[in-house]
Ligand binder design. Sequence first.
Ligand code: PPS
Length: 406
Amino acid sequence: VLPIWGHLQTFLQFFPGWTEVSKVEEVTPGEGHQARGVSSHREKCEPKTDIVFLKVHKSASSTVMNVLFRFGETHNLTFAFPIGGGNQLSYPHHFFARFVQGFSPRSPRRFNILCHHMRFLQPEVQKVVSSSAVYFSILRNPVQLMESSFTYYKGTSAFSRARSLEQFLSQPYHYYNPAKSDSHYAKNLMTFDFGFNPNGEASAKRVQLMLKAIEASFDLLLISEYFDESMVLLKEILCWDLDSVVSFPLNIRDSSTKSPLSDTIVEKIKDWNRLDWEIYTYFNRTFWERIDRDIGRERMQREVKVLRERQAELARTCLQGTGSVAPKDIKDSSLQPLQHGNAKILGYNLKQGLDKEMEHMCRRLVTPELQYSSALYKKQFARKPPQPAPSQQGNALRHKLEGTQN
Ligand SMILES: Nc1ncnc2c1ncn2[C@@H]1O[C@H](COP(=O)(O)OS(=O)(=O)O)[C@@H](OP(=O)(O)O)[C@H]1O
């Protein structure tokens, strides 16, 4: 049990972004608590099906979401969808349970998986998931994250007037206005997504409180630079098999829209995103400590090798050519990923002639986030339309045909 509440009260004074927090529950030993360590009797563990994934922007989170979508679909799990089936839970506002489709304060309903973009606020999240849910997220080196964000969110207020990241960082406050509602894409984006104030001063005390608060809420923090190791660790914690965490990288950019960064710029990005840097370096260390403690480097290496072989085999089975292709070369429009800002986002072409079952499996692996989310939303909230009586069917058809003539 972490004695965090006293610290948190001090902490909240520094982080106005978290002022909505009214109560932080103590971590009680339960399933969620057990998830903090890998069971030494893994063969006896039960696959976890209640999951909260904080989908941190620009950190390989769409690839992780695809893993969760496929697992949820295969096992008939429910998702906490944004009202109306959008792709964000009222982001950039803090998460509120009322943003979830089907939630009602009078008859609270629990969902198995919550994984759409949100700004984390645990007391509200707890209203829509089981108390034993496993909480995890994924982090990325803030240097590469900002380079990605600058391209993808080029249209936002902070970035639109800067010709390059270099120009932005030479005079950030000329471009960056924290009062703008889209400013969070430009500074400490991970800090913001975890619910904290991205403009808070990075004093040692404040950083410590933020790290402790994240540790108290999350069972696992993954690292996108070690994506395959992250997936192996994830399947251990969730007690899933290796096949459940295979994936193809999604939402990846064409290299023509990536910028090389000089050493000076790298240092400027770290400085500008000091809070994110602290989060990343701390949890990068605990990630490896966790691997050493729960899996060991040797077994990790073996499992990563098997995972990569499995993914290579799937690529040979499912994909045309050797891998990702430019958006203009994607033949099936339903597999077209969203293009945003100045980024050119790649996608995949499926092999022709796959049998039905294989086609379904392969298609799910390469279906972009928006299309997959919308398909699952429709499935979860499907209402069978009332069947017209036989005599009405002719009328309905006539009506439809008349409609097409107008
Ligand atoms: N498997 C794997 N390993 C490592 N990196 C990966 C992986 N899958 C996706 N990516 C990279 O993640 C970036 C996209 O992140 P997100 O999907 O979180 O973006 S978004 O906020 O949902 O738009 C994007 O980074 P950039 O290409 O630098 O923009 C992807 O290339």
